[in-house]
Design a protein around this ligand. Structure first.
Ligand code: ZN
Length: 329
């Protein structure tokens, strides 16, 4: 079962999360493999997308926000776009579009930053948008402050958190065909003068500067977690092995109906409104060329078909239509 664990280090300005996606991640891969147009993801893309999905769950788990968190990479190599989207109730979906060969062992840089033009964007898309309101978006290059390419997704997200959120974050990510998992350690937000003063109050026996050392020590422990351990061990074992000398306060795990799970928000209604946006002329010309309009969902593989009658109805004012049952997935 897929699960998200949250914890804090008692008395220290450090918090953490551990996510393990099993069934939810396997569902993403199964649907892609069943798509006859694309086929299954090449292993390096599956690994990247799995890490992105785990990272997106960790970032969504970190914020209080009524809407979707979308982690996106716009690549300049054979992987053009990779997207992981997580709702605030932890429903998730992910997809990638590939335009060239991705042989086994291809690196992140080769896949999405071949010419140094790759970008990573994090978007917070509110559930109910006010008129004219734009979603919040932060974008970072896939290179560090000195222009050197970031070698893995964990490095990209850490870079983003430093640049955009001014938050010290340590991430360990891993994914294979069965599991997508991640560990996040973060200095509590607001850690500056104010927060140092606060930790001073909390721990009068220690100089404030030592609060830094707590985060550093815990980050180093987190980074010692190996890929095979993150993929193969259960959450309790991982946390015990890494932090047995720390005072860990754990919250009840989020799993099952409260946990990370696959769900796609696509619907026939949304495709219909997209077609209305295209306009009658464009829709009619696709109909003339292909006999019917087919629109597939990249996230879940659903196919929607609109024939001439459906399209005619789309562009008929509602008042003139006979009542139709709404079909919404
Ligand atoms: Zn869908």
């Amino acid at each position: 079962m897929s699960e998200l664990h949250k914890f804090i280090f008692d008395g220290l300005p450090v918090r953490g999360q551990l996510v393990r996606l099993t069934d939810a991640w396997q569902e993403v891969l199964r649907r892609r493999a069943a798509n006859t147009q694309t086929g299954a993801y090449p292993p390096p893309v599956a690994e990247l997308l799995g890490e992105m999905t785990a990272a997106a769950v960790l970032m969504q788990g970190n914020i209080k926000f009524d809407g979707a968190l979308v982690l996106q990479i716009m690549g300049d190599g054979p992987v053009k776009v990779a997207v992981a989207e997580v709702q605030n109730d932890l429903r998730l979906r992910a997809t990638a579009s590939i335009v060239g060969a991705v042989p086994p062992g291809m690196t992140l840089t080769q896949m999405v930053n071949a010419k140094g033009l790759g970008r990573c964007a994090i978007t917070l898309d509110p559930r109910s948008r006010r008129e004219g309101q734009q979603p919040y978006q932060g974008v970072v290059p896939l290179n560090d402050e000195r222009g050197a390419p970031l070698l893995d997704l964990a490095g990209v997200v850490e870079h983003y958190m430093r640049q955009s959120e001014q938050l010290d974050t340590t991430l360990v990510l891993a994914a294979d065909e069965q599991v997508a998992a991640g560990l996040l350690i973060q200095r509590l937000p607001g850690q500056g003068q104010d927060n140092l003063a606060r930790s001073n109050v909390l721990r009068e026996d220690e100089p404030a500067a030592l609060a830094d050392d707590d985060y550093q020590r815990i980050a180093i422990l987190a980074k010692s977690l190996k890929r095979e351990e993150l993929l193969g061990l259960d959450a309790d074992t991982i946390l015990r092995r890494l932090f047995w000398e720390e005072q860990l306060l754990r919250f009840p795990p989020l799993q099952g109906a409260q946990g990370p799970r696959f769900a796609c928000s696509c619907s026939r209604e949304r495709v219909a409104s997209m077609l209305r946006g295209l306009g009658k002329e464009e829709a009619d010309s696709i109909l003339a060329e292909q006999g019917r309009i087919e629109v597939g969902c990249d996230f879940c593989g659903n196919q929607e078909h609109f024939d001439a009658v459906d399209v005619g109805r789309l562009f008929t004012p509602a008042a003139q239509q006979s009542p139709q049952p709404k079909s919404v997935q």
